[in-house]
Design a protein around this ligand. Structure first.
Ligand SMILES: Cc1cc2nc3c(=O)[nH]c(=O)nc-3n(C[C@H](O)[C@H](O)[C@H](O)COP(=O)(O)OP(=O)(O)OC[C@H]3O[C@@H](n4cnc5c(N)ncnc54)[C@H](O)[C@@H]3O)c2cc1C
Length: 416
C-alpha cells in the first residue's frame, strides 16, 4: 500500500499514516506531514480568559512524537509551492480555474508517479548482492564453491564425459562432469576451448568508454538518471542507500591521472544540471575506473556438452543495463534443459539451447546498441544526427507506446 502525504496531512491523517509506516503496512510518499498530534482541552476562566491544556500526545507505534515533528515519508518527493498548487488542483480537477488550466494540465503529479513506482516495486539489486545470494543459496543446498582455483582447463567437451582440471592449494584435481556450463565471463577459458572454426564472432567497438566512480554519497535520486548532454553522456546509479555509482562518457583510452576527484565532480555537476532544483550529492570517491564499450556475440553458444552462458558468449554495452540480466536468462534456459534431461533423458531443450538463447541475445544487443546511440555523443554526429537524437528522446518520454517498448526491453523480454 502507498499513502500520499504532505504538509496538509494533519491530525488523524498523520496518525494513521505514521502507524502504517511503523508497522510496515504502507510506504509513505510525498512530504513531511503537518505535525498536529496532541489532544487539548480549553477551560474557560471566570474573567473571560481561557487556559488551553494539552492532556495527551499521539505517538506512532515506534514512539515517535507527531506533535511539532510530523511524519516523515519513506520516499521524499518535495514539490515547489507552484508544483504543490498544480498537484492539488489536478487531484481535485473540478477546482481548476480556466486561467490556470493550461499550465496545470501540463504539469505532472510527481508524488503520485513515485507512489505508482513504489507499488510496482522497483528494486536495485546490486551485482555483489546477487553474488552473495547465489553463494548462500548454493551452500544452503549443501553444494560447494571452490574459490581461487588455478590453471583451470576443460577436457573432452565433445564427448559424453567432459572434465574440468584445476589446481587447488598446489594439488591437481579433476572434476568428471555430465555437462559443463561455461559461465566464466569474457576473459574465461571455456570459449577459447572450442576448436577454431566452430564459432562465428560478431562484434562492434564503440569510440568511447565510461569513466566510473563509486562514491560514499547517498544517491541523489531514487531512480537511475540517464543524462544526454552536449559534453557527453552521464549516468547516476546506486549501490546502496549510502553509496552512489556514477559514470561519465569519456575517451576509450582515457587517462585516469587527468581526472582528479574534483574534476570528475565538476564534470558530473555540469552534465546533470537541470532547472528544476535537482542537485547531485558529492562524497568520497572510493573507486575509479574506465570501462570500454563493445557489443560481442559468438554463435553457437554450445559445443558438445559445454554450454556458454553470459559474458563468455556475449557482451553488451552497459547503457541498457542488460549484461547480468542476459546472463541469468541464458542460465534459466540451460537450467530448464538440464531439468528436462535429468527428469527423463530428453535432450530436446538442451539441443535448442543456443537457438533459444540467441533469439534473446540479438534482441538485447539491438536494445543495448539503441540505448547507447540514444544517449552518447559520437564525434561523427552531424547537427542532423543531434536533432534526430533529441527527437527520439522526446518521443520516448512523451509516447506511451515508446515508453512501453523501452520498459519491456529494459526489464527483460518474456521467456519463450
Ligand atoms: C561498468 C559496467 C556496468 C554494468 N552494469 C550492468 C547493469 O547495470 N546491469 C546488468 O545487468 N549488467 C551490467 N553489467 C554487465 C555485467 O556485469 C555482466 O554482464 C555480468 O557480470 C556477466 O556475468 P557472467 O557471470 O557471465 O560473467 P562474470 O560476471 O564476468 O563472471 C565470470 C566469473 O568467472 C570467473 N572465472 C573466469 N575464469 C575463470 C577460471 N579460469 N576459473 C574459475 N573462475 C573463472 C571470474 O572470476 C568471474 O567470477 C555491467 C558491466 C560493466 C563493466
Amino acid at each position: 500500500m502507498v499513502v500520499l502525504i504532505n504538509e496538509g496531512s494533519a491530525s488523524g491523517a498523520e496518525i494513521v499514516a505514521g502507524a502504517l509506516k511503523d508497522l510496515r503496512r504502507a510506504v509513505l510518499v510525498g512530504e513531511t506531514t503537518f505535525g498536529k498530534g496532541s489532544v487539548q482541552n480549553v477551560m474557560q476562566l471566570p474573567d473571560g480568559s481561557a487556559v488551553r491544556f494539552t492532556t495527551a500526545k499521539y505517538y506512532t507505534p515506534s514512539k515517535t512524537v507527531i506533535q511539532g515533528n510530523g511524519v516523515v515519508p519513506n520516499i521524499l518527493v518535495p514539490l515547489s509551492s507552484e508544483q504543490g498548487r498544480a498537484v492539488a488542483a489536478l487531484r481535485n480537477n473540478d477546482k481548476i480555474q480556466p486561467a490556470e488550466a493550461n499550465g496545470i494540465l501540463k504539469s505532472k503529479d510527481l508524488q503520485m508517479m513515485r507512489g505508482i513506482d513504489a507499488l510496482k516495486g522497483v528494486m536495485i539489486y546490486a551485482q555483489h548482492e546477487v553474488i552473495k545470494d547465489l553463494v548462500a543459496a548454493r551452500l544452503a543446498k549443501g553444494g560447494g564453491v571452490i574459490f581461487e582455483a588455478q590453471q583451470v582447463c576443460v577436457e573432452r567437451i565433445e564427448g559424453e564425459r567432459p572434465a574440468i582440471r584445476f589446481m587447488k592449494d598446489g594439488v591437481s584435481q579433476k572434476l568428471e562432469c555430465d555437462f559443463i556450463a561455461g559461465c566464466d565471463g569474457f576473459h574465461g577459458i571455456c570459449r577459447d576451448a572450442i576448436p577454431q572454426g566452430v564459432l562465428k564472432t560478431y562484434d562492434r567497438d564503440y569510440p568511447f568508454g565510461w569513466l566510473g566512480i563509486l562514491a560514499e554519497a547517498p544517491p541523489a535520486s531514487q531512480e537511475l538518471i540517464y543524462a544526454n548532454h552536449e559534453r557527453g553522456f552521464a549516468l547516476l546509479s546506486m549501490r546502496s542507500p549510502k553509496i552512489s555509482r556514477l559514470y561519465l562518457q569519456c575517451k576509450p583510452d582515457e587517462d585516469l591521472k587527468e581526472w582528479p576527484d574534483a574534476r570528475i565532480w565538476e564534470e558530473l555537476h555540469k552534465r546533470f544540471a537541470t532547472d528544476d532544483g535537482f542537485s547531485l550529492t558529492e562524497g568520497l570517491v572510493i573507486q575509479k575506473g574506465v570501462t570500454g564499450m563493445r557489443s560481442f556475440v559468438v554463435e553457437p553458444m554450445q559445443y558438445g556438452r559445454m554450454f556458454l552462458a553470459g559474458d563468455s558468449a556475449h557482451i553488451v554495452p552497459p547503457t541498457g543495463a542488460k549484461g547480468l540480466n542476459l546472463a541469468v536468462a541464458d542460465v534459466c534456459v540451460l537450467a530448464a534443459g538440464l531439468k528436462e534431461f535429468y527428469a527423463g533423458g530428453n535432450r530436446d531443450l538442451l539441443g535448442r539451447y543456443s537457438e533459444i538463447c540467441l533469439r534473446r541475445v540479438w534482441k538485447v544487443q539491438r536494445f543495448s546498441w539503441w540505448m547507447t546511440s540514444l544517449f552518447h555523443r559520437f564525434a561523427t554526429d552531424s547537427e542532423f544526427d543531434r536533432r534526430r537524437q533529441l527527437a527520439e528522446l522526446d518521443y520516448v518520454t512523451s509516447s506511451r507506446a515508446a515508453a512501453t517498448t523501452l520498459a519491456e526491453n529494459y526489464v527483460g523480454l518474456p521467456f519463450e
